[in-house]
Design a protein around this ligand. Sequence first.
Ligand code: PGA
Length: 264
Amino acid sequence: MPEMILAANWKMHHTLDKARGFVRELLQQLAELRKPGEPSVVIFPAFPHLAAVAEEAEGTRIQIGAQDCYIREEGAFTGEVSPTQIADTGASCVLVGHSERRHILGDSDELVAQKLTAAIAHGLRAFLCVGETEDERASESSRSVVEAQLESALTASDEITAGNLVIAYEPVWAIGTGRHATVADAEEMTAVIRAKLIQRLGAQSGQEIPILYGGSVKPGLLAGYLASGLIQGALVGGASLKASSFASLYGEMKTAAQGAGSGQ
Ligand code: PGA
């Protein structure tokens, strides 16, 4: 059974004070995050807050990740941040290919593949985001779009294992819109992703890589996505900004993780 993961993508939100305060409040509400266990929790703050959030989370189960990374280790690349610099802050994960990077900031499939390769080569766990736009869904090409995004990223690195990759299926039309995918649609795309992972990486890694759903996930919705066990967690934007709402989502994840652990 793949690891279950609840991840918070804070995007360009929070001040430093708020970012630190979130972690303190979350640890007050969920004291169990001070001990090992499932589900895993990962927070993706903005670059300038990585080290401070990592410091607040030290010694707890909360892992920290960056929202993007550059493809080189160092050099004259003004404004970019390397995987080594990210790891240096205490972060252990990185988002690659988030739809806002692909569609607003112009990251191509090729660049996403290079970022994934660089992240993994430097010991970070890559959270690769894939998903179709509304037009692509309307023209029934969701499957081919997501397969192509995966194909290009998965063939770029030969160091991928179940421990250093997570896939987040995030339909672009569902991100930040309040229009989440139906459980059936999310499960259908998850099956496409799982088949591609197995085809490219073999049965062992392919079965163990967690697949998350993302796109307008809110408290009360998550349990539905997790019920069948096909989806192993969520990447949450808007509903991850308040500790109370993130703690509710964690509660839904935990119930699902316990159900999975008892073979239900
Ligand atoms: P949302 O964002 O939960 O606000 O839709 C999800 C994401 O962008 O990862």
